[in-house]
Ligand binder design. Structure first.
Ligand code: SF4
Ligand SMILES: [Zn+2]
Ligand SMILES: [Zn+2]
Length: 318
């Protein structure tokens, strides 16, 4: 198969776009498209400082690479979750992030070690707060920490590497359960909220996972190939498999599903109205926005984890 633009050997064929491209033109296409999405969805302006949440995976490192190549002032944030489970997942992913950052002295890498700052790793905290289900703990902690670091360090926008497969799977899950509040908030841009919530953007949300993977490989980015050991239990993987089966029969299904949802919501804003009576206020302990009376869920979680650990120490025989 030949590149549509130069007739050299194509490295990728994107059936949903009827577009095959060589390495050079595919890399350029990914960067141009990302720039186009940033403008189209009004994600951020040239002079804004962007904080990219990097996990060490292909998507977030590809995003950081693209933004730096496009000339944006993009720094990275790595959150060390303390996930090992015999796979050294956090250690390996951090090594990939550090290697990328070392090649980009123009950018800053911020790191938050969850266990060092809050007193327990994510799997340990999950044992106490989420009946051993680390993804709930992890999601709560990541959202809080990303928002806090962005606010503390003066970034007006936080970018994550979610790709189309992630977004379509989330959309399918939210639709199956008719989670109106989540459906209302899902999209390429989540505007800044009250009480110091920063704007969140997903510049890669229209790229298929295989495209971000191809980009990272072709750019020579060293990323962690293995999934988090807890990912196998995630329901979103089953939704991805379902959507892949649809895509196989009908190329472009995933993209149409996601884009038509965004279009429908824009054309019929009353379909998913703002939830009445949902008021945010600042958590008295950390200052971040919460709908709770009193402390936010993040502060409650760490309070309970700390009390549990203190109790454990007190009851352990010397
Ligand atoms: S799979 Fe779960 S625990 Fe692992 S990084 Fe993702 S959300 Fe966190
Ligand atoms: Zn070409
Ligand atoms: Zn709090």
């Amino acid at each position: 198969m030949k590149c549509r633009k130069c007739s050299a050997r194509a490295v990728i064929n994107m059936r949903q776009h009827k577009l095959a491209l060589c390495k050079t033109h595919f890399i350029a296409w990914m960067q141009e498209q990302t720039e186009r999405f940033i403008h189209h969805y009004r994600m951020f302006a040239r002079d804004e400082r962007v904080l990219v949440a990097v996990s060490g995976g292909k998507d977030s490192l590809a995003l950081w690479d693209i933004l730096l190549t496009l000339g944006y002032r993009a720094d990275g944030l790595y959150i060390d979750l303390g996930i090992d489970e015999g796979t050294a997942y956090s250690e390996t992913s951090y090594a990939c992030v550090r290697a990328f950052a070392a090649r980009h002295p123009e950018a800053v890498l911020h790191t938050v070690d969850v266990a060092a700052v809050y007193g327990a790793s994510i799997p340990e905290a999950a044992q106490v707060f989420h009946q051993g289900k680390p993804c709930s703990t992890c999601g709560l902690a990541k959202r809080h920490i990303m928002n806090r670091v962005a606010g503390d360090k003066g970034y007006s926008v936080l970018a994550t590497g979610h790709n189309l497969d992630d977004e379509a799977a989330t959309l399918l899950g939210n639709t199956l359960s008719w989670s109106v509040e989540y459906l209302r908030r899902q999209g390429p841009v989540l505007p800044p909220g009250e009480a110091g919530l920063v704007r969140k953007v997903k510049p890669l949300c229209r790229f298929y996972e295989r495209e971000t993977a191809a980009y990272a490989l072709l750019r020579g980015i060293d990323y962690i190939y293995d999934e988090c050991p807890f990912a196998a239990d995630a329901t979103s993987l089953r939704y991805k498999e379902l959507l892949n089966a649809l895509e196989q029969d009908s190329p472009g299904s995933k993209l149409r599903f996601y884009l038509n949802f965004l279009r429908a919501r824009e054309q019929h804003p009353d379909f998913l109205p703002d939830e009445a009576g949902l008021t945010l206020h600042a958590c008295p302990t950390c200052g971040q926005a919460t709908t709770n009376d009193g402390d936010c869920t993040f502060c409650r979680m760490w309070d309970r984890v700390r009390r549990f650990k203190a109790q454990e120490v007190a009851t352990t025989p010397a």
